[in-house]
Design a protein around this ligand. Sequence first.
Ligand SMILES: [Zn+2]
Length: 126
Amino acid sequence: MVRVAEQDGVQLRSLGGGYRDYARQEALWFDRMTRSRDEAKQPLVRRVWNGKLWFLKKGAPVAVPGTSNHGWGLSVDFDISDPLVYAWLDKHGPSYGFYMEAKPTKADGSKNPYFEPWHWTKVDLP
Ligand SMILES: [Zn+2]
């Protein structure tokens, strides 16, 4: 996939690698999430962990520790600073078994506050 993208003039590079162990997932969680509504930057982005409600305080949404597909080595965060990268992945990713877990819109057509255009997950195609 990387080679084909390159032939199309697009550089696919991962940010921070794909695999993320539990300790790293937990560290990211404490860095980005807060129990305080007042501290929350995006109160719409909320998750429950160990029976408690948490809010996003900075950066991008992060998975509940232990539930990230990065923990299975299935997800990759691509560097999408070049808009051509996202456009290429959106068009060609699925034919390589890569899908976007957090799409731009929800089923009802409204904006998805959890949208992660850089986060792509590999699935085996039949
Ligand atoms: Zn990711």
